[in-house]
Design a protein around this ligand. Structure first.
Ligand code: ASP
Length: 432
């Protein structure tokens, strides 16, 4: 379609400045340093807490997240409509959709299995005295999601309400309908198609404008987090954290990269290098949803992945594919079972793999939701939900790390699908 080609042309012209990636990393490291200095060396008081941590860092950091979030709903809706319109016939869309869902579910199941393996090797919960941990009210408030409701919730009762609430799966379904039917209508609906394409263009420009202040946002978010936590906060939970981190690293740098190489023959090192800024952004925000615009942009500009594919698979992945979250849940099950002296049977492990995969679909791409859906996994194998209270205190750091893995899984899947659908420009990927 003509207007889609125009969009592609325009996007190519508006390439991101190379300095941004470096700046994001400098601010990430600077944020860790400044945050740690604030935590250990600056005495608590008005200047540290009110002016810096809860003032400047909070306002600028969260202001940046809000700017990104502001783009998510219109961007996902417009780019999905454009993407499904560009794919033209619904058959190829269906093919991409089925491939993406199968890939997402398979990598999640793999991730939990890996997590259960690592946790059983390290045994993080053995010898833990749980009486030293306070149970919080929040723990018992965690709700269990029913599978039937999770399925039904995919269909929006009211698409406007879905957009207002930022309900990604419902928006995805509605946008796909609009895109496919617009393509079928052809010239008869050209005005609507043009409008959505141009609005999509506008959202892309806005994304790039917002990205210019990313280093400031990332610095403030990281500085605030690190000024709030210290090494002593980790204490006896270090082993649990180490398990989650090891499994996350194995998944991110092992499983994904092997899959990428096997399916596409692309250089995994180059992929990781080019995708690092997006991981850094996901790490600092702990929000998959807010990462959607940057992921699509990086995959397009740096890896040569067509937006036709990514505009569909990235929002879908940010909504249903949470491998990092599943890893945390797998390790948490073993940790809490050991801490409470509960022995898990092989069938319990299979139940955990199944329920954590479903929980991953039901986990929204925003901070801490993985902790809420964890209750569903605990209940499935009869673990006390109060166990979540043990790990709650240190979850923020793990949330950051697992979000980076969550979105890397989406990007790897998208690249593999794009390569198989001949929608990957290898020359762009090989550049630099
Ligand atoms: N923060 C995660 C994400 O946005 C979800 C979670 O595990 O809590 O992907």
């Amino acid at each position: 379609m003509k207007h889609t080609e125009q969009i592609m042309e325009k996007e190519k012209k508006t390439r991101k400045k190379p300095g941004l990636t470096t700046w994001i990393f400098i601010s990430l490291l600077l944020g860790i340093c400044v945050g740690s200095i604030f935590h250990y060396w600056v005495p608590a008081g008005y200047v540290r807490d009110t002016i810096f941590v809860n003032g400047i860092f909070y306002v600028l950091g969260n202001g940046f997240i809000r700017l990104m979030q502001m783009l998510v709903v219109p961007l996902v809706f417009c780019s999905l409509v454009c993407g499904s319109m560009a794919m033209g016939d619904s058959k190829s869309l269906g093919k991409v959709g089925i491939k993406a869902i199968v890939f997402y579910l398979a990598t999640t199941a793999l991730a939990i299995t890996l997590a259960l393996g690592v946790a059983n090797l390290i045994n993080p919960g053995i010898g833990l005295d749980i009486s030293s941990f306070e149970m919080t009210e929040q723990t018992t408030a965690a709700e269990s999601l029913s599978f039937a409701d999770t399925l039904l919730n995919i269909i929006p009762k009211n698409p406007i309400e879905a957009m207002a609430n930022g309900d990604m799966l419902q928006i995805i379904i509605f946008a796909l309908f609009v895109g496919v039917l617009l393509a079928k209508r052809g010239e008869k609906a050209d005005t609507v198609a043009q409008f959505i394409s141009q609005f999509n263009d506008l959202m892309m420009d806005m994304t790039m404008a917002v990205m210019k202040v990313a280093p400031v946002g990332v610095f403030c978010l990281i500085a605030k987090t690190f000024s709030g936590i210290g090494v002593d906060a980790f204490g006896s939970l270090l082993k649990y954290m180490a398990c989650v981190m090891i499994a996350l690293l194995l998944q991110c740098l092992g499983v994904y990269q092997i899959l990428l190489y096997l399916f596409t023959r692309l250089n995994p090192m180059r992929f990781v290098k080019k995708f690092l800024p997006v991981m850094g952004f996901a790490f600092s925000t702990a929000t998959s949803n807010a990462t959607i615009p940057m992921s699509i942009e990086t995959l397009d500009q740096e890896m040569g992945v067509s937006r036709k594919i990514s505009s569909f698979t990235i929002p879908l992945g940010a909504t249903i594919n949470m491998d990092g979250t599943a890893i945390m849940q797998g390790v948490a099950v073993v940790f809490v079972a050991q801490a409470f002296g509960i022995t898990l049977t092989p069938s319990d492990y299979l139940t955990v793999i199944a329920t954590a995969t479903i929980a991953s679909v039901g986990t929204a791409g925003i901070p801490s939701v993985g902790l809420v859906t964890l209750s569903m996994v605990f209940v499935s194998v009869g673990l006390p939900v109060e166990g979540i209270g043990i790990i709650m205190g240190i979850d923020r750091v793990l949330d950051m790390a697992r979000t980076a893995v969550n979105i890397t899984g989406d990007a790897v899947c998208t690249t593999i699908i794009a390569s198989r659908e001949k929608a990957l420009n290898r020359e762009v990927f090989m550049k630099k």
